[in-house]
Ligand binder design. Structure first.
Ligand code: URA
Length: 181
């Protein structure tokens, strides 16, 4: 079933709808081989209506272009929740659950070759990860119809630049799966 963009744009299934400026649905081509799922829109995304358009996104897409060879507009980009949590807190369980059907429809519509979960919240929601990021990053999980890989959130790498090298290694795994016959 195709994502009902009008319904999602006016969604009130959870409390985040009361404080959001815009619903951040996702951007990118519907036939993208690589799907990126982050945690939640931040302030820039809430105002601009697109995911990862702040500093984190600049770092993330610079690394993806360098290592994977794809530009932002060649990837489909979205988040586990489509509305900004106040103060950029981690989305609550009931908010993640309320938003999950939208992500499930996006996954079904896009049928990406590889899904990159960006940060621990996405790794838990998309890959079913139960451990810490240090334990799950860079390992491919073969899910129903696509391969899932997790990496650190670029906001963490902005705080701890040593993580940039780890993200490069994780993205090399993404590249290998995208190039595999
Ligand atoms: N962080 C995220 O996880 N997603 C965004 O869209 C922006 C920042």
């Amino acid at each position: 079933m195709a994502l009902d963009v009008a319904a999602l744009s006016s969604c009130t299934k959870c409390r985040l709808s009361q404080s959001r400026t815009r619903v951040v649905i996702g951007t990118g081509p519907s036939d993208a081989a690589l799907l990126l799922v982050g945690e939640a829109p931040g302030r820039h995304e809430d105002e601009g209506g697109a995911p990862f358009i702040g500093r984190s996104g600049q770092l993330l897409f610079a690394l993806i272009e360098e290592v994977v060879g794809l530009k932002r507009d060649q990837c489909y980009v979205t988040n586990t929740v489509k509305c900004r949590p106040p103060g950029n807190r981690v989305p609550a369980r009931d908010e993640l659950d309320a938003c999950r059907p939208w992500l499930t429809e996006q996954l079904a519509d896009l049928a990406p070759r590889v899904t990159l979960a960006v940060g621990l919240t996405a790794a838990r929601e998309v890959l079913g990860a139960t451990l810490s990021m240090s334990a799950v990053h860079g390992r491919a999980r073969h899910l129903a119809e696509h391969t899932g890989i997790a990496t650190y959130h670029p906001a963490a790498a902005l705080r701890d630049p040593a993580l940039v090298a780890v993200m490069r290694e994780d993205l090399a795994v993404v590249r290998a799966f995208l190039e595999a016959p």
